[in-house]
Design a protein. Structure first.
Length: 754
């Protein structure tokens, strides 16, 4: 497997991420042979395709990328056009970038630093000779070698002369926009998103005049809903700003109150609707959605409590509890997913019947899905996005929330916006957040700036902030290593690189108990917001609850349901998170290893196949079963079947939380489950939208392109009360924090042009 180097931003300390290993490194080609080879490749379509095939064998690019380049050649030649070999190269690299989550490829960045932009390995080349394809002697060429010999003008000329490329004015596989090269599909998605946002930002608001009846109603409602003594209540400001716009973004870190804010916002909007003569007192039709089943379930749990605490009795407009929805659905279910197709039942021809749509965990929404959302919404519908701009971006292409929140930290509110907010909320906007040259998009983005989940002395909070601001220094690491914080531990903090097997064994032992003895005061006596916390636990906790349930064949079904709810809750008290999927440090290796440790501890009857106690993660939407990607269930042995003699027979069933918000349980036969995996360990990506009482983040013993600041931050902030870190090499943590992936996209630029 070849190594890859991620696209990183400049940092204060330059680190050699992949030092040379002279024992197996490939010898560098001499300048003469390289020059001759490059000239041959850049002038021969056959040699270019042969080289792309070799890169595929080296696992630098995917078969899909090579196939796309070949398709470009075939389509061009069918039209009587002989494409420039450079077009094939750029087509393959554009497809490669999409596979890495980019919407496009920035030609300027590509030519300036091909290695970092493409995240391709600088060493460990594959030396298979391809004499049968005419590529002999080309095995040492890297993308940077070719791209170093061409200019931006060369690329633009080759692309503009190709019939496979256009500026978007007609149909072509590739679109060139300024210096950005897109697959046409992704270019169209980005255009549709930008158009939908611009359209909503340009709509006049009935709340624009602070003296209007609607604005006074909004101000009164916000005054009733927010009673903060702070000079600036950022939740209240976010509500006011989002109420004024047909499109709005509310971003904030963990515990900043995004759910509370949006519930208060919806109550305030319903108050305005109830008082509006133009609406005849008709309340808004509101829908709540999230990108995954797990995120939807979590919002479902939190929003119900937030709605029940609303002080509705004093609100204008006669707002009732029934006016604020508490049921959250997945975006795929909301839009009407169609199997084996990218299209949805709801689109421009069949739009959603809704007035306000709220999407939580919007950082997980890729450009494809976000474009489908805009397609399904009539122009008048108010769209509100919630999410943490600093979390990992979507698995698929795009970083929509990150693009929209690029300027959120400093707000950039215009003087007019600041005056309006002061009139509506009674709060004076800090001068540091005012920019008289602020852009239209800035006036629709609100950032929550105070965390209510973590106390001031919280190690989880301090650790996450240090990572997020690239301020993780030796002082912070020493504090964590020496358990200076109540809630954070580094299990193997020695500066020397430990033995990998010892560290992996440590992970398994930690997964069983949660290692309370390693925490400060053994995790005893800690209070959060006036509540005494039990010590941290591991997987033994949920398994003991499962085995000691005390139920029998005659126990009513509802007792089994109640027991399953308790076990599922106990399972959420601990979770191992990984950066990787494969290898001993990844999900696959650790799931197997932890299962065997549990078997050795006699906590499960077997470590393979189906068995009581096996936790499973659903990895694809199954609408027939009502299961969504990200749902977690636990396997039980239940006595509901009967033998031929009529006696109870124990069979395996998997218990999943109900999807209707009622707190019930769905029991499903393992044979009906198709897309799943064991989930003693899950990737950080899969954990988004989830929260665990105790989270253990496992980092490998060497740097990888996926180890970035965003991943570390996301892993830390999945922890509610306890966080533990295990790494195969203590230096990896600091090196990973220094890596920040910047996804290529043109969305922010399109909105600046509005």
């Amino acid at each position: 497997m070849s190594r890859t180097r991620p696209h990183t931003q400049a940092s204060d300390h330059q680190i050699d991420l992949f030092p040379e290993d002279t024992s197996d490194a490939a010898p560098l080609p001499d300048a003469h042979s390289t020059s001759a080879d490059i000239s041959a490749v850049l002038t021969s379509l056959d040699k270019m395709e042969a080289l792309l095939l070799q890169w595929q064998q080296a696992e630098w690019v995917r078969p899909l990328d090579v196939g796309f380049a070949h398709l470009i050649r075939e389509l061009s030649e069918e039209q009587g056009d002989r494409p420039n070999p450079l077009v094939l190269l750029l087509a393959a690299l554009t497809s490669h970038q999409v596979g890495r989550g980019h919407v496009c490829i920035d030609l300027g960045s590509l030519l300036a630093d091909a290695g970092n932009t493409l995240s391709l390995p600088p060493e460990e080349l594959v030396h298979d000779t391809l004499s049968d394809s005419g590529a002999a002697g080309l095995d040492r060429l890297k993308p940077s070698d070719l791209l170093a010999r061409v200019t931006l003008s060369d690329c633009q000329s080759a692309l503009e002369e190709s019939g496979a490329v256009c500026n978007g004015s007609h149909t072509s596989p590739l679109v060139l926009n300024d210096n950005r090269l897109y697959l046409r599909r992704l270019w169209r998605y980005e255009q549709r998103i930008a158009q939908g946002i611009r359209q909503r930002l340009a709509m006049p608001s009935p709340l624009a005049d602070p003296a209007s009846d609607s604005a006074r109603t909004l101000s009164s409602a916000l005054g009733q809903l927010f009673q903060s003594p702070e000079p600036v209540d950022y939740q209240k400001l976010a509500c006011a700003l989002a109420a004024r716009n047909r499109f709005a973004v509310i971003t904030g870190g963990p515990g900043t109150g995004k759910t509370t804010t949006v519930v208060n916002l919806l109550a305030a909007l319903q108050a305005v609707a109830g008082q509006s003569a133009s609406r005849g007192g008709r309340k808004y039709r509101i829908r709540l959605a999230a990108p995954t089943g797990k995120a939807a379930a979590r919002l479902n749990e939190s929003i119900g409590g937030a709605v029940s605490r609303l002080p509705l009795s004093g609100l204008p407009g006669k707002v009732a509890l029934s006016d604020i929805p508490t049921k959250v659905t997945t975006l795929h279910r909301l839009l009407g997913s169609r199997p084996d197709t990218r299209t949805f039942r709801h689109n421009r021809d069949n739009p959603l019947l809704v007035d306000i749509l709220v999407i939580d965990e919007a950082s997980m929404v890729d450009v494809d899905l976000m474009a489908s959302v805009f397609d399904a919404l009539p122009a008048h519908v108010q769209l509100i996005l919630l999410g943490d701009k600093d979390q990992l971006a979507s698995v698929d292409a795009g970083a929509v929330l990150g693009e929209l929140c690029q300027r959120a930290l400093d707000a950039h509110y215009t003087g007019e916006t600041a005056q309006w907010l002061a009139a509506i909320t009674g709060s004076h906007i800090p001068e540091t957040l005012v920019d008289h040259e602020g852009q239209p998009m800035d006036q629709a983005v609100a950032m929550l700036r105070k965390s209510y989940r973590f106390q001031e002395d919280s190690g989880i909070r301090a650790f996450a902030e240090a990572v997020n601001t690239n301020a993780l220094d030796s002082v912070m690491l020493r504090q964590i290593r020496e358990t200076a914080f109540d809630d954070v531990i580094l299990l193997n903090g020695q500066t020397r690189k430990p033995d990998p097997e010892d560290t992996l064994d440590l992970v398994c032992r930690h997964a069983i108990t949660g290692s309370p003895e390693v925490f400060r005061n053994a995790g005893q006596g800690r209070e959060v917001n006036g509540h005494r916390l039990p010590p941290p636990v591991g997987y033994r906790h949920y398994l003991q609850r499962m085995w000691n349930h005390g139920l029998s064949e005659t126990s009513p079904r509802e007792h089994w349901d109640a027991m399953a709810i308790q076990v599922l809750d106990a399972f959420n008290d601990f979770q191992v998170l990984c950066a990787l999927r494969k290898g001993p440090w990844g999900v696959e290796g650790l799931n197997d290893r932890i299962a065997r440790q549990l078997l050795a501890e006699k906590l499960i009857p077997r470590a393979e196949g189906w068995y009581p106690g096996r936790p499973v993660l659903i990895t694809g939407n199954d609408y027939n079963l009502g299961l969504m990607n990200g749902d977690i269930g636990i396997t039980f042995s239940v006595p509901w079947d009967r033998t031929d003699a009529g006696d109870p027979r124990y069979t395996l069933r998997v218990a999943f939380p109900g999807d209707d918000g009622s707190g019930g349980i769905r029991w499903i036969s393992p044979s009906r489950l198709q897309q799943l995996e064991t989930v003693y360990a899950m990737t950080v990506h899969k954990s988004q939208g989830s929260e665990f009482n105790h989270t253990c983040l496992v980092l490998p013993d060497r740097l990888s392109p996926v180890l970035t600041r965003e991943l570390i931050y996301t892993g830390i902030t999945r922890a509610r009360n306890w966080f533990s870190l295990v790494t195969g090499d203590a230096r990896i943590l600091q090196e990973a924090v220094g890596q920040q992936v910047v996804r290529a996209s043109g969305l922010a630029g399109l909105l600046r042009e509005a």
